[in-house]
Design a protein around this ligand. Structure first.
Ligand SMILES: NC(=O)c1ccc[n+]([C@@H]2O[C@H](COP(=O)([O-])OP(=O)(O)OC[C@H]3O[C@@H](n4cnc5c(N)ncnc54)[C@H](OP(=O)(O)O)[C@@H]3O)[C@@H](O)[C@H]2O)c1
Length: 337
């Protein structure tokens, strides 16, 4: 019998590839919870066979109780950038509890690395959007694998961010050279190709015999930014360099507003919320100090067709470093302005 998967996490960068991967054949019905059925993203997803749109807010108990009716599986990607760390912990756990109450068969949580814990709770690794999901991952991992199966799909920065938040800029003194600037030192940072991310989500639902009780850490490649700049040059023929900067220098670049609060749909006076400066200091320190690990052999077994390197991704997608919108939150914010 066809299973119904409830996708919680909207119609953004992560939702689209996961829903598309689930809709590639007629094995699943997918119910997508989004605030607006009339957005372009929602209409595009609704045009796929097996996909239906459920309008409402993912962070509302009454809506969720409606959305959870007559489903078999859940994929949950809460948005810490919208609701902040505290609410992300609450809703991650609450979604698990609701899934148990509604007798869901398989609950899949979109996790992130628990940087603080991996860094022995040193303040330099404190990052709300990683730690919030990390705490939920610990909660879910402590639950039994029966009567409801659980899996965690732990990811990292999207490769596609190389066209947005991580994109290179021309060197003002030598405009023929593109500069990739991040505070990463010699760290190797994992990046994940979103289409493959969707395929891993699909595998998790297809193979509960293997994925129940598993936290799968996914990435395309762990790469140093020096190697990333070289890959860019090899693929595009354009000169490129990596510029390592301090956190202070990084926050002066204007890529992020360092004083903004992480949690655009929260009470800004909530003193638990971090600023982008605080949050992304911990974020970059986590990658700079190589605190996280992935099992690429396992990823090759699960998805033999996966894109295996940043260079391969650049070739496959004709990457040229030009800005392209990736995150729905960014697009929505720009549209409001
Ligand atoms: N950026 C990365 O490289 C990366 C990598 C791994 C994980 N993540 C995590 O992914 C999450 C963000 O999801 P995304 O990557 O898909 O981002 P996105 O493209 O910006 O989409 C964000 C989604 O959140 C929903 N949303 C935004 N504000 C909301 C609000 N006030 N109430 C309810 N829903 C709201 C939107 O849903 P609708 O508009 O459809 O309602 C939208 O689809 C974050 O937790 C982030 O940490 C990001």
């Amino acid at each position: 019998m066809k299973k119904t998967v409830l996708f919680i996490g909207g119609t953004g960068a992560q939702g689209v590839p996961v829903v598309k991967a689930l809709a590639t054949d007629s094995r699943y019905n997918i119910r997508v919870l989004t605030r607006s059925a009339s957005s372009k993203e929602a209409k595009d997803l609704a045009s796929l066979s097996g996909v239906s749109i459920f309008e409402g807010n993912s962070y509302d108990e009454i809506t969720l109780r409606q959305a959870f009716k007559d489903i078999n599986c859940v994929f949950a990607n809460t948005n810490g950038f919208a609701i902040g760390e505290k609410a992300e912990i609450y809703w991650g756990i609450r979604l698990y509890e609701l899934a148990r109450e509604f007798k869901v068969e398989h609950f899949v949580y979109a996790g992130l690395e628990y940087g603080s814990k991996l860094g022995n709770f040193q303040r330099k690794y404190r990052c709300g959007h990683l730690d919030g999901k990390g705490k939920v991952v610990d909660f879910i991992s402590a639950q039994p694998t029966s009567p409801m199966a659980w899996s965690i799909l732990t990811s990292c920065m999207y490769m596609e961010a190389l066209s947005e938040f991580l994109r290179p800029f021309p060197d003002p003194k030598d405009p023929g050279t593109m500069v990739f600037t991040v505070p990463l030192g010699e760290g190797k940072c994992p990046l994940i190709y979103l289409e493959d991310y969707g395929a891993y989500a699909r595998w998790i639902f297809d193979r509960p015999d293997q994925s129940n009780g598993l936290e799968l850490h996914v990435a395309t490649e762990d790469i140093s930014w020096k190697d990333l700049a070289s890959a860019f040059s090899e693929v595009t023929g354009q000169k490129a360099v990596y510029k390592d900067v301090t956190l202070d220098e990084y926050f002066k670049l204007g890529i992020l507003d360092p004083d903004m609060i992480v949690g655009h749909s929260t009470d800004p006076n909530d003193s638990t919320l971090l600023t982008y400066r605080e949050n992304f200091s911990g974020f970059w320190n986590t990658w700079k100090d190589n605190l996280t690990r992935r099992d690429y052999q396992l990823l090759d077994t699960i998805l033999p067709t996966r894109v295996k390197s940043v260079k391969e991704w650049m070739e496959k997608t004709d990457y040229n470093g030009k800005p392209t919108p990736v995150l729905k939150d960014y697009r929505d914010r720009a549209a409001k302005k």
